[in-house]
Every structure is written in C-alpha cells, then in structure tokens.
Design a protein around this ligand. Structure first.
Ligand code: DLL
Length: 433
C-alpha cells in the first residue's frame, strides 16, 4: 500500500525532470529572498541561471547546522514571519538551538510525507496509533501525529514518559501501532515483562521506530519481544522532521527517500566531493518544496549510502541504508540529541570543576543512561562531603535542563580522566550500537 502512489512510483526519468524543475525554482527563490544564500552563491560564483541540469546541484555551496545557528533564530527563513504557522527546534552544538519554521503548505506537505511513512510501515485507517514520541519543540510527536490523522487512523497522542501508563493505555485502548524510538520500544517490552504481562494481551501488530540509529539485530529482537512488524524511519528537524525517508514493510531493507521533495546526495565528509551510489559517506539533502525554510545541500552529518533497486513494494524511490553513525560527536540518548560541547558550556560556568569531563553512555536493560564524569578542582575535592554533594546536584540540574534529559553526575579525583594528545576523548559509549 502507498499513500501517494502517483508520486511514489514515478519512473526515474520523470522524478529527475521534476527535481530539476523544482530545484531551479528553489534556487531562484532563495537567491532573491534569503540574503545568506545570495551571499554564499556570490562568494562561490554561481548564479541561479547556472543550474541547468541536476548534476549542477554540486556547484552550489553546502549549508550546515552552524549556518542555522549563526542566523538564529529566523535568518534563513524565506518567507515573512506571518506566513509561518509553526515553529519547532532541535538542540544545537552549543548554546543556541536550531529553529525551524513551517508555512501552512509546509504542514500539508509534512502530514502527507509522514502519512507515506506510516502507510509504508503498514499503518491503515483502522489502526489505533499510540505516539510515544515527545510532543513539543521536538518534531517526532507532532510530525507523525498529523500523518496518522491524515490517513484516518485513531491517534493516541500520549507523548513520551510514564512507561507503565503507556502499557496500561496500550492494553485498555487497544493500541495496534506503536511509534517511538527503537530503544524505547525495547524498554517497553522489558517493562511489560516486569508487570507480568504477555504481549499477547495487547493488540499491537506494527511498530515504526526512528530518531536514533538501530540495527537489524535490534529489529529482530523488538519484533520477537512485542510480536510485531517493525520498520525504520528517518528524518531531521532542519529538513522537515520525520518524513524524509522510511522503510516499507514488504522489504524492510533500506529507507525510501521521498525524492519528489528532497534531493539526496552522499559526499566525502572531508573533501565535499559527491560520491557515486553505493559508496558510504555523509548524507546531504536539498529540500525542493519547502517554503518557510528551504535548505540547499544541507549536511546532515549522518553516514549512509544511496542505492536504487527495484523494490518488492513497487516504489521507485531511491533508498538509503540505515544510518550507521555520524561524522560529528553528536550522541542520541533516548531520542534526544546531545553534544558534548553543551556539557562543556555548563561546566565552564560552574565554579569548583575543571574542564575535564567525560560522557559515559550506557544501556541498562534497554534504557540509555548518561553519566557525566567531572574532575573536581583540588579545592572541592578536599572539601566536605556536603559541599561536594551540593556541587554534584547543581551540575546535574543545570546539565539536565540544558540537554532536556536527566543525567547522573559523578565527581572524580583531579587528574584521573584520561588525557590524550589529540582530541579529548569526551565520550565513552558502551551501548554497542
Ligand atoms: O529525530 C526527527 C525524527 C523524529 C525522525 C521521529 C524519525 C522519527 P532531530 O531531533 O533533529 O530529528 O534529530 C535528527 O537524528 O540527523 C540522525 O542523526 C538521527 N536520526 C533520526 N532518525 C534516524 C534513524 C528527529 N531512523 C538526527 N536512524 C538525524 C538513525 C536517525 N538515526
């Protein structure tokens, strides 16, 4: 089943013709309306008229998360604020988050795209869909919510947290579809066991998981434990949120990218050179239909490769492999993006610590935990237990509020964290994903 079969099965030559048409229009628009893009293009020496074929996309400069930050909050918007009807945002590398906006038409597009993802993952009108992604500035909850409503399913906008209540509602309301991060799905299955419940007591049949990397092995485990069919879906706030690509339940291999809205490229992250299909590198996306925040060659920092193959679901759309990692140091913990630099900023503000720290990520049971190991300054270390406790509480509260997830903080003796000659080893990831 497809949500918009006329678009999802377009032959490659027609998709490419459509992409070129939309790209030309987009480049002209951003050149006229967004000073940032005009300056960048002038610096690079390209003009809108130079885009004559799809391959000319590579003449255009990249856009990065830093560019969004430097133009915080609305500098890259291509429409006036009254045209923007929704704002979302995601964590930035330091300090400022990234702000994204949607016009009414963008919200339309987004709902259709997440409806495509849901349909590909096996969701139907008759389903009861429990959305356990956070609702709020994060794009996960609202993004999939409108898609599920669009396709006519019965939506339970439960948001994240309170696992036992999630399970109770799942049972009592007859939830058939679960939408959350893959790690939360596993955690739910574990809690189900702790509550002495059998998944057979639930009506769950399908799960759509995304917002963090996961493996096929994890898919099998989730499918077995919950007795469902699980598919992957990918997206990022800057580009639109969820709805950039999704797996089909027929093949469960690779995520179809909605090429009528996004042009994907894979580049060598160190040289910026475009790589041929099949070669692994950094995914770069150009949005060709978005109005409020169109992005030209946005560097996602996600590592994957692209391939086109006939798919058993009948879609002609190009596929991306499951993202396998990132080219930067961003961590995804319980679906929340975390940069070590955010922790550093907090520590620099707190007296009594040294700027030596490490983020230790672990998965206890199925839930990610983040512990921050911080070297105490000499003074504090020899201080009373009471003062140390106060310091730990202060750091914990500050970091938890900046990152948006709860963390544990451990003070360690001065000069005990490993020093390296090159890049500091800020992250110890023990999750094995
Ligand atoms: O995580 C959007 C989303 C919500 C996607 C719900 C799917 C479902 P951000 O918070 O901006 O947006 O984080 C984007 O998360 O660059 C990837 O590194 C990672 N990511 C998202 N989906 C996947 C996935 C949302 N399926 C960042 N596999 C991206 C691996 C993923 N990584």
């Amino acid at each position: 089943m497809m949500w918009e079969p006329e678009w999802e099965t377009l032959p490659q030559d027609e998709i490419e013709a459509l992409q070129l048409f939309r790209l030309k229009k987009l480049v002209r628009q951003v050149y006229e309306r967004v000073p940032f893009y005009r300056e960048r293009m002038e610096e690079t020496g390209v003009r809108p008229g130079d885009i004559r074929k799809l391959k000319d996309l590579s003449l255009l400069p990249f856009t990065t998360k830093d560019d969004l930050r430097e133009n915080y909050p609305y500098g890259l918007f291509a429409v006036a604020l009254p045209e923007v009807v929704r704002i979302h945002s995601s964590s930035g590398t330091t300090g400022k988050p990234t702000v994204v906006g949607y016009t009414r038409k963008d919200l339309e597009t987004w709902a259709n795209l997440t409806a495509r993802v849901l349909t590909a993952g096996g969701v139907r009108r008759e389903d009861v869909v429990q959305i356990s992604f956070g609702y709020g500035l994060f794009t996960g909850g609202f993004g999939l919510h409108y898609g599920a409503e669009r396709l006519g399913a019965t939506v339970i906008p439960i948001s994240s947290g309170n696992t036992r209540r999630q399970i109770m509602i799942m049972r009592d309301y007859g939830t058939t579809v679960l939408i959350c991060t893959p790690s939360y799905a596993l955690y739910l299955s574990e809690t189900l066991g702790e509550m002495g419940m059998d998944p057979k007591e639930l009506k769950l049949r399908v799960g759509l998981f995304g917002a963090e990397p996961w493996t096929d092995q994890m898919r099998r485990e989730i499918e077995e434990r919950l007795g469902i069919d699980a598919t992957d879906n990918y997206g990022l706030s800057e580009v639109i949120g969820p709805g950039v690509s999704g797996e089909c339940m027929e093949a469960k291999s690779g995520l179809h990218i909605f090429e009528d809205h996004f042009i994907p490229e894979v580049i060598d992250p160190s040289t910026g050179e475009v790589l041929p299909h099949g070669k692994k590198g950094e995914l770069v996306i150009t949005t060709i239909t978005k109005e409020a925040l169109p992005l030209i060659r946005y560097r996602t920092r996600d590592i994957t490769h692209l391939y086109r193959e006939p798919c058993s679901c009948g879609r002609s759309l190009i596929k991306m492999a499951k993202p396998s990692g990132r080219t930067d140091d961003m961590l995804i913990i319980r679906g929340v993006n975390v940069f070590p630099s955010q922790v550093e900023e907090v520590l620099l503000e707190v007296e009594g610590t040294s700027p030596h720290f490490q983020l230790v990520v672990d998965r206890k049971g199925y839930l990610d935990g983040l512990e921050i190991w911080v070297e105490a300054s000499e003074g504090i270390f020899f201080d009373s237990m009471r003062r140390q406790r106060d310091l730990v509480d202060k750091i914990r509260d500050k970091i938890s509020s900046v990152l948006g997830i709860s963390v544990k903080v451990r003070l360690v003796e001065p000069r005990t964290l490993e020093r390296t000659e090159g890049k500091a080893k800020r992250v110890v990831d023990r999750r094995g994903i």
